[in-house]
Design a binder for this molecule. Structure first.
Ligand code: FES
Length: 103
C-alpha cells in the first residue's frame, strides 16, 4: 500500500514508449515521459519564465523549452547551460498497472 505522499497520475498503459503526457496529480502540472520503458517525471514549468515545457521538443534526454530554447536533462532536471538551475523531478512507481508520483 502506498502512503499519501504518492498520487495516482495515469494508467501505465496510456503512456506509450517514447510518449509524453501532461498529468496533474494534486493539481501539479507534471510531464511524464517514457523512454526505453523507463519513466521520467519532471515539472511542466520552465525554470526561466514558467512556459509549459509540454510544448517543447525532446531529443534524446534533452527537453527544449518552446519559449526561449532553454534545455533541460529529463533525468536530473538540470538546465544544461547552468546545472545549478533545475526543474523539479519526481519519483514514480508503477503499481497494479498505474503510475504514481511522489508529490
Ligand atoms: S520560459 Fe523556458 S526558456 Fe524562457
Amino acid at each position: 500500500m502506498l502512503d499519501s505522499s504518492w498520487s495516482f497520475a495515469i494508467e501505465d498503459s496510456k503512456l506509450p514508449n517514447n510518449g509524453i503526457l501532461t498529468v496533474f496529480p494534486k493539481g501539479v502540472s507534471i510531464l511524464l515521459i517514457k523512454k526505453a520503458k523507463k519513466i521520467y517525471a519532471v515539472s511542466n514549468k520552465c525554470a526561466h519564465m514558467a512556459c509549459a515545457l509540454s510544448g517543447g521538443t525532446l531529443e534524446g534526454y534533452t527537453l527544449k523549452c518552446p519559449c526561449h530554447d532553454w534545455k533541460f536533462d529529463i533525468r536530473t532536471g538540470e538546465f544544461l547551460s547552468a546545472k545549478e538551475i533545475k526543474i523539479p523531478t519526481y519519483q514514480w512507481k508503477v503499481s497494479d498497472g498505474k503510475i504514481y508520483l511522489k508529490i
